[in-house]
Design a binder for this molecule. Structure first.
Ligand code: NAD
Length: 279
């Protein structure tokens, strides 16, 4: 089984660079999908309260027979819990649903800069959670540099990661460079743009040349850029395919050609305006 490299977060915790994402996997399919990923060799699972499948992720990890310390699990604070007390309660619920004593990484899912709760208050609650010792690292998701700068000015703990949308149609290099300059690891969500980049002629040409699949080429591009990725699939053969990234390389020309596909095209919402709060 190929060894997945780890990346050291700014507090010394190691995160596997390749994981398995469970967004849009219905709860009734999540135990099976997560079990498959663990069997294939994934040791990093990315879930969220918003995905509605934390219980099933926890069940699969607990039933796998793999030592809990060997599986890195991330979850995220849902948008309705940005006030301090709600955030603390939501973290307790996440741990209870996963059935764990400790979470590896907890993220603010969205900054929601236009709602009536300031994400600085939310981040201070995350700091309390971290200080309590039941979470090994804390971070953010969908934060732009101007959101992060406010945290730096008004709070103590530097986020360990920033999970943002990145794929060849949205290279997001400004945010990635800002993260890197501030010892924040970038995690690239929707790394294959939910499949939209796989038919691109540049991607398919490189895939044919290297005798790899388009998904492997795009995921390898992320890995060589140094980002953390966690592609999602419920199909075993694709779960295996997406794991086989560490026995080939893209040369500088291929890397540049893929980065050159950037057209600033999001598949998801814009973090500066997204304000969805479940009621
Ligand atoms: P993705 O880019 O991983 O694409 C997933 C889709 O691509 C699958 O539904 C499948 O249809 C297809 N696919 C997967 N592997 C394939 C292969 N080898 N060949 C052909 N098609 C393949 O999209 P995603 O699920 O949106 O993103 C991955 C993870 O990122 C999520 O599961 C979640 O953990 C995370 N995420 C986070 C946020 C956030 O706001 N923080 C938002 C979206 C996703």
């Amino acid at each position: 089984m190929a060894t997945v490299p780890t990346i050291r977060l700014n507090n010394g915790v190691e995160i596997p660079q390749l994981g398995f994402g469970v967004y849009q996997i219905p709860p009734e399919e999540t135990v099976e999908a997560t079990r498959t990923a663990l069997e294939v060799g994934y040791r990093h699972i990315d879930t969220a309260e918003m995905y509605g499948n934390e219980k099933e992720v926890g069940q699969a990890v607990r039933e796998s027979g793999i030592d809990r310390s060997e599986v890195f699990v991330t979850s995220k604070l849902n948008n309705g819990f940005h006030r301090r007390d709600d955030a603390l309660r939501a973290f307790d619920q996440t741990l209870a649903d996963l059935g764990f004593d400790q979470l590896d990484l907890f993220l603010i899912h969205w900054p929601l800069p236009t709602i009536d709760v300031d994400y600085v208050e939310t981040w201070k609650a995350m700091e309390e959670i971290y200080a309590g010792g039941r979470c090994r690292a804390i971070g953010v998701s969908n934060f732009n540099p101007h959101h992060l700068r406010r945290l730096f000015g008004e709070t103590e703990v530097r986020p360990a990661v920033n999970q943002i949308e990145v794929h060849p149609y949205l290279a997001n290099d400004e945010v990635r460079a800002f993260d890197a300059d501030h010892e924040i690891v970038t995690e690239a969500w929707s790394p294959i743009a939910q499949g939209k980049v796989l038919g691109d002629p540049v991607v398919t040409r490189i895939a044919e040349k290297l005798e790899r699949t388009p998904a492997q080429v795009v995921l390898r591009w992320h890995v060589q850029r140094g980002d953390v990725v966690f592609p999602k699939s419920v199909t075993r053969s694709r779960v295996e395919e997406n794991f086989a990234l560490f026995d080939f390389e893209l040369d500088t020309g291929d890397m540049a050609a893929l980065t050159g596909l950037d057209r600033g095209e999001r598949t998801g919402p814009d973090p500066d305006t997204f304000d969805y709060v479940p009621r």
